[in-house]
Design a protein around this ligand. Sequence first.
Ligand code: ARG
Length: 464
Amino acid sequence: MTTVNSEKLSSARFAQATDAFVEVFTASVDFDRRMAQQDIQGSIAHATMLMNCGILTEGELDAISGGLKQIAEEIISGEFVWSIKQEDVHMNIEARLTDLIGIAGKKLHTGRSRNDQVATDIRLYLRSEIKHIDDQIMRLQTAILDLAEQHADTIMPGFTHLQVAQPITFGHHLMAWFEMLVRDRERLQDCSKRVNIMPLGAAALAGTSYPINRSMTADLLGFSRPSANSLDSVSDRDFAIEFTAVGSLIMMHLSRFSEELILWSSAQFDFIEMPDAFCTGSSIMPQKKNPDVPELVRGKSGRVTGHLMSLLMLMKSQPLAYNKDNQEDKEPLFDTADTLINCLRAYADMIPHLSAKKANMYNSAKRGFATATDLADYLVRKGMAFRDAHEVVGLAVRLGLKSNRDLSEILLPELQQFSSLITEDVFDFLTLEGSVAARKHIGGTAPDTVRSAIQTARQALAAL
Ligand code: ARG
């Protein structure tokens, strides 16, 4: 005689109990319980729709919503008992509901499958995480704008190839970071349009024979519309891949900021002082102050890009429709959202306390012949061809190097040996201040231009 395993999900079909290891191996409750509140929210909306369509009675709906609300509280207070035997968050909640309210609990799953249920939960979860991420980006952007405002006139070297190139203002450099975050927010908002689509009603894959109203469920849950194809609804995870792609770009940007902060706080650059509260010491070297926060953020960018790769690989060979493979989407997604929120938060908290060492920035720009292009442009304006001007300036730089002077410190007669076009007014262009002030077109580094860019950015931020 065969014994029927009474605990097993869909038990009547099975003659054997699940292997003990397989039970643990296939369970997801340890991590997907994180979506419990979304699961309950989705279930209440589903049951409300079923009642409105005459599939559940009002009494059954009341019992279901009352029970689910109690379960939501039990989960928040920590008294809810999660069981691996119930495999995942969905089955754990449904089993508890049936314990609490009896037969009505067993009716909740009418016209639904865990396949459309889990897809709905993930979308609800991501929708709220996207909001938190967006809030943190805005905090960071505000901090950057405030710092840029303080440093609209602070001169520093701008780099190409990490060699001093031309003078810029620190405010202008900060605004480059701001712009990257503007695009990150746009991408996040665009991605959320595709996240906010409702799969419920797709059931296992083919839809349901009950007379359901999917638009009603979508409205109840704040989704923009029901999904258009039942097979696609239960199998699609490209919205999640897109989210991790957007997240990877955000982390790539934070990693670049980090790299600059790390370089600039080194004794070799010495451009900035990182706030003590965001650094740590060394256990052996008493003089050390390490920029741990930017280093960790730079390191964490790798794990988010890793999650993007995981999800792409997870999807690439799956036939339609739902496959158990998709259970593997949760951990990379959760970790992507957590990492983004934590890194952005650390940055938004840290940036207001960053102090710039203005004199060091200024002297470094001066040491690097940063106004060489300005001298060439000056000669071109006086009628010389650019390539010839390039040559003349090369000679002037050589003299500067030999005598350890910046171009602005070389005497007029000395400069005139290289070209008779050079006159006293050249010094207006050779100073760092003159160089930055001249770049006053849209997107330029002139202090007044930077100030107006900051003002425009503040208005745009407030309008979003
Ligand atoms: N735990 C599953 C997941 O995360 C829920 C859906 C299970 N569906 C199924 N047909 N086994 O994907």
